[in-house]
Design a protein around this ligand. Sequence first.
Ligand SMILES: [Zn+2]
Ligand SMILES: [Zn+2]
Length: 432
Amino acid sequence: MCASCRTAAERGEIRGQTAALIDGAILLDCGPDAPRAAVRAGRSLASVRYILLTHAHPDHLNPAALLFRSWVQADRPLDVIGPADALDLCRDWVGPDDPVNFVPVVPGDRIALNGYTLRVLEAAHRVFRDGDSVLYDVTSPAGSRLLWATDTGPLPSSTLDAVRDARYDALFLEETFGTRTDLGAGHHDLTTFPRTLAALRDADAITAATDVVAVHLSHYNPPTPELSERLAPWGARVVDDGATVTVGVARPVDAAPSTRTLVLGGARAGKSTYAETLLAAEPRVTYLATGGVQEGDREWAERVALHRARRPTGWTTVETSDVAAVLRNVREPVLLDCLGTWLTARLDHHRVWSGGDWADVDADIIDLLGALRRVVVPVVAVSNEVGSGVVPPTAAGRRFRDLLGRVNSAVAAESESVVLVVAGVPTSLRSF
Ligand SMILES: [Zn+2]
Ligand SMILES: [Zn+2]
C-alpha cells in the first residue's frame, strides 16, 4: 500500500468518487458511490430534479442509479443532462413510465433550470472522442455561482474565455495526479493545478474571495495533511467526503495575509524550486534575479537557463541588485532569488575587498529591511543557510558567511513565515 493510501486508511479517510449535491436539487455527476455517499452524509437524493453528468467515465456515471430510483418513486420528473455519449449509456436503465427526460448538451449551451442558470463549458478530457466531456457553471436563484471543473486537464482557451470576469463564489477544480506529472494531459497534477488557478485569477474568474476546493484526488497525492499544506499558498483547500461547502456567503478574506516568506536552505537543497512553488498560482510575479550575469561561467549560465525555463509565462525577470528600489515600487508578488548573491553584488559594488567602506554595505542592508517592512505585495526571499556548512578557509569567506548570517536573521525577523528546505523537504520554522 502506498504511503498516501496507508495514511488515508489509518485516518479512516477513504475517499469515494467525486460528485456533489446542490441544494438537494441538482446532482453533479453520479458515479457508483453517489447514492450511498449521500446516505452516509445524511442527505437524501429524493428531491433531485436534475442530474448533470460531465462525461461517461464510470466513476462519474452509474446508470443503475436510474433503475434504483424507479423502484421507489417513479412519479417525479427527472432531467438527466450531459453529453450525448453519456446519456446514451443511461437510456436502457430508465424504469417503465418513469418520467426521466434526457437533455443532451454541448459546450456553449446555456439552460435555465427552475431558477438556476447552467452554462456548459468545454473540458480538456475525453472518453470516446474529443468534446465528449464538459464542465458546468451553475448560478443559483440567489446569484451565487460555482464552477464544477472535473474531469479536465489545463483548461481549454474557449473555457478560459467563457469564464472571464465570472468571479465565482466557489471553484471545484480537479487535482487528480498529485506528484505524478507523466500521466497525460486529461487531468491536473500539483504542477498544472496552480497554473490553472493563475490563469483563472488572471481572467478574474476567481478572486481572493473564491472558495477553491481541490477534488477528484487520486492516491498519487500526498496524504491529506501534507496536501493541505501544499494547497494553502495557492488559496486552495481539500474537504472530507460528505463535507458541506456553503457557496456565496461572504468568506472572510484575510485582511493581512502572510506577505513575507524567507526560504532558507543549503546549496542544491531545492529552496528555489520550493520558493517558486509558493507563488505558482499567482498570474503575475516579478522574479528578482540578484545574481547578475557571471561572464564565462558555463555551469552558472546553464543553471540560470534552467531556472528561466521552469518559470511560467506571466513572470517577469528583473536582474538587479538594487532590490530595495524594486520593493518600493512593485505592485505584484516578488520572488527574490537570492539574498546571498544580492549580498555578493553589494560587496562588489562597494569594492569592500579592495579598501571600500563596509558601512556602505550596512546602509544597503538597512535600506533593504526598510523596503521589506513597508512592502504591500507578497514577497518570497530565498537565501543560503550558511551557518551549518563547512567553515570557509579564508578570512574573507568567513566574513561573508557571518554577514549573510546576520542578513538572514534580520530578514527572518521581518518575515511572517520562515521555511528551511533540506533535501527538497520544507520545514516551517515560523508561520504567523
Ligand atoms: Zn474522466
Ligand atoms: Zn473521473
